[in-house]
Design a protein around this ligand. Structure first.
Ligand code: PEP
Ligand code: MN
Length: 276
């Protein structure tokens, strides 16, 4: 059987509300924050900055799925509490990746959206357990997953009775060392043809380079995607994780300004979504 719950069919686009953010209403919704929560000060500072820019959702990893076990693994439960506090104080929502179902109760208390990362896209038990919390889920495409496989993964969540799924294109494994992954924007637009679920892009993991984030976000907006998730850091040079693919604060402010300019030439497609 095909992914019948996820397929577009005659369905209108699905609206997904996550804290103060909404995906799928035609606006372009931004999520921004560090790859990893590193300290209370770092996440507080970032939460305030994100709120000042009108960005409705703060990201930050607490349980980090690192390729090497010797790299920084995240602050764990303590990090979840830090981002929860920081987001509440700043008046934004928070999205944090979940790696195992034991982490769900604390996450549900502290954040407004759960991320299932590329490495767990086909962890079907985790998909089911996360779905049962009824929390909105940001589901990232695995580095070598086809679009059909991503949609079947989404179907696991929908079949559990949770319709709040946002899909994220974060780059597939390529062959050229100049970009970390190949950001498949055409695939993301194709996904919008195949499904009624909102689709966003992650140009940080999709390219691995800070300099490529803004052009790829503008391209995603012009192509009619529902938003983007961007890694930012108060000082990317000292970031403990994914330092090369984080914008600094002035770079992110420029990106938001340029998105607003794009909206002037393409008003129907590029309406920036601010805090609700
Ligand atoms: C992340 O968002 O920090 C992350 C680990 O992403 P991905 O699962 O896409 O690699
Ligand atoms: Mn990262």
């Amino acid at each position: 059987m095909a992914y019948h719950l996820a397929s577009r069919g005659t369905n209108q686009s699905t609206l997904v509300d996550a804290g103060r953010a909404r995906f799928g209403d035609g606006a372009f919704t931004l999520i921004a924050g560090p790859c990893a929560i590193e300290s209370a000060m770092q996440i507080e500072q970032t939460a305030r900055f994100v709120a000042e820019n009108g960005t409705p959702l703060l990201r930050g990893g607490a349980y980090k799925p690192r390729t090497s076990p010797y790299d920084f693994q995240g602050l764990g439960d303590e990090g979840v509490r830090m981002i929860g506090d920081a987001a509440r104080r700043a008046g934004v929502g928070a999205v944090v990746e979940v790696l195992s179902s034991e982490q769900l109760p604390l996450l549900c208390e502290q954040v407004s959206m759960l991320q299932i990362g590329a490495r767990n896209m086909q962890n079907f038990e985790l998909l089911r357990a996360a779905a049962r919390t009824r929390m909105p889920i940001l589901l990232k495409r695995a580095a070598s997953a086809t679009l059909d496989e991503l949609l079947y993964a989404a179907e696991y969540v929908l079949a559990e009775g949770n319709p709040h799924v946002v899909l994220c294109e974060r780059g597939v494994r390529g062959f050229d060392r100049h970009t970390r992954n190949l950001l498949d924007l055409a695939g993301a637009v194709r996904l919008k043809e195949l499904t009624h679920l909102p689709v966003i892009a992650d140009p940080s993991h999709g390219t691995g380079r800070a300099s490529l984030i803004e052009p790829m976000v503008l391209a995603a907006a012009a192509a009619g995607l529902d938003g983007a998730i961007v890694e930012i850091h108060p000082d990317p040079s000292v970031a403990k994780c994914d330092a090369e693919q984080a914008l600094d604060f002035p770079g992110y402010t420029r990106l938001v300004e340029h998105l607003a300019m794009l909206r002037e030439v393409q008003p129907s497609k590029v309406r920036l979504s601010a805090c609700r």
